[in-house]
Design a protein around this ligand. Structure first.
Ligand SMILES: [Mg+2]
Length: 444
């Protein structure tokens, strides 16, 4: 199954209500959608997301650049392709933008594999379950009043959820405790309740809060301190009975290994769009098995279902409704459990008709096209060693190509060319702001 092209598209999807956490104020979510076309009549789909959307431009560019080198490759060779891209990004780094791009491409490759073979990805990876418990993560925000928290928790119960996550980070840690106690009282002792501080605390604050929260019986205390503070996480994990969860901002197994070695996490939370795609998520999941640690995916609810269906120690899904608008299909729930889709590939197809109105940049098809060949004139010139002055005497004017004009038309010998037109300098039109700066400019 040969890869015939890679396409990308960026969308900025507004949220129905702003999301406020200890460190976020989120109004919309930007996505880079990735399409891997093949000669097997299937297209693999992947995506990555960015908060805020103005960072999409470099993410899309890196995805297109990496994708360009995949044209002609066998799409089934996900392991080989992963390592090729890993080597390719060595200089720019094995974290950040390159890993987002690698993750989205890997996701799309697995989707293509599944579609070509007529199998859901979890079966290609070695299936272990039909459904997975899901916790509702799309609420119980820091911005809610205590009464609103209680009402929302009861709504989640009515919807069938048996697990949910609230946020921590009020200036007075006693208020966090009161809010957590209120939610626990509302849902009862048998519901799994997690709490996420979104990296907003320091170790001393987190320790006092964590100790006071022990009677609330949280399933986990998530990212109590900044993600890079591995020692801080380890100190809290040692001091508290409540399990510590972290890892959503880590990249690859090389990011998770130090967390495990430092005993900094009781629950690992790989993010499919950051960790290195399906391929690397599986590696982290298997590595965690060697320490008997559970993993629970961070966001990417829809595609992560396939990982929950393939890893025995990945037995709790974060359900966040944000990305539901991306897809034609919805997650199916039954008694608080999310069904692992049996549809081929990742099991969710991008709803391009609905997404068109959220489009923020031009679809980049550059990656699908092979790099233009050098003009024949130059090749011949090298061979026959013509006088170098000739090339210098006729600088190629930079002008916008006419529609239908052949890129290499100048290579053909013919009558003397007309005087070169004056180069037209592209000027930014007044009021025309690049799409990736538009939100900032408008809000300024
Ligand atoms: Mg979190």
């Amino acid at each position: 199954m040969k890869i015939t092209g890679i396409r990308t598209m960026t969308v900025d999807v507004p949220l129905e209500e702003p999301v406020i956490t200890a460190i976020h104020d989120i109004r919309s979510i930007g996505y880079v959608l990735v399409f891997v076309d093949t000669d097997a009549d299937v297209t693999g789909e992947g995506h990555l997301f960015s908060l805020p959307a103005k960072h999409l431009a470099p993410l899309e560019a890196m995805t297109a650049v990496l994708g360009q080198s995949l044209v002609g490759e066998d799409a089934h060779r996900v392991e080989g392709i992963w390592h090729r891209l890993w080597t390719e990004v060595n200089f720019v780094g094995h974290k950040g933008v390159p890993l987002f791009a690698l993750s989205a491409l890997d996701m799309a490759l697995w989707d293509a594999r599944g579609k070509a073979l007529g199998q859901p990805v979890h079966r290609l990876l070695g299936s272990c379950r039909d459904a997975v418990p899901a916790y509702h993560s799309g609420g119980l925000w820091l911005s809610r009043s205590r009464d609103e928290l209680v009402a929302e928790a009861k709504t989640f119960l009515k919807q069938g959820f048996r697990a949910m996550k609230m946020r921590l980070g009020k200036p007075r840690w006693q208020e966090d405790v009161e809010r957590a106690e209120a939610v626990r009282d509302a849902v009862g002792p048998d519901i799994r309740l997690m709490a996420d501080a979104n990296q907003g605390l320091d170790v001393r604050h987190a320790l006092r809060l964590g100790r006071a929260l022990e009677p609330v019986n949280l399933d986990w205390f998530e990212e109590p301190v900044p993600a890079y503070d591995v020692a801080g996480h380890a100190a809290l994990a040692a001091a508290l009975d409540t399990p510590i969860a972290t890892g959503e901002t880590e990249y690859t197994r090389y990011g998770f290994r130090p967390l495990i070695e430092a005993k900094a996490a009781d629950v690992l939370m790989p993010d499919l769009g950051r960790v290195g795609g399906v391929t690397e998520f599986m590696r982290v999941g298997h590595m965690a098995q060697a320490w008997d640690l559970p993993v629970s995916p961070h966001l990417y609810s829809e595609p992560s279902l396939q990982l929950c269906g393939a890893l025995q120690n990945c037995d709790l899904l974060e359900y966040m409704p944000w990305s539901a608008r991306l897809f034609r299909e919805e997650i199916e729930f039954e008694d608080g459990q999310a069904r692992i889709p049996e549809r081929p590939g990742l099991g969710f197809s991008l709803d391009l008709d609905a997404l068109e109105r959220y489009r923020v940049g031009p679809a980049a098809e550059s990656a699908a096209k092979p790099a233009p060949k050098r003009p024949a004139r130059r090749a011949a010139a090298k061979k026959d060693e013509p006088p170098k002055t000739e090339a210098k005497a006729k600088p190629k004017p930079r002008a916008a190509p006419k529609a239908g004009a052949k890129a290499n038309a100048k290579a053909a010998p013919g009558p003397a060319p007309e005087p070169a037109p004056k180069p037209v300098r592209r000027q930014r039109q007044p009021g025309k702001t690049p799409w990736y700066l538009r939100g900032e400019a408008e809000s300024a």
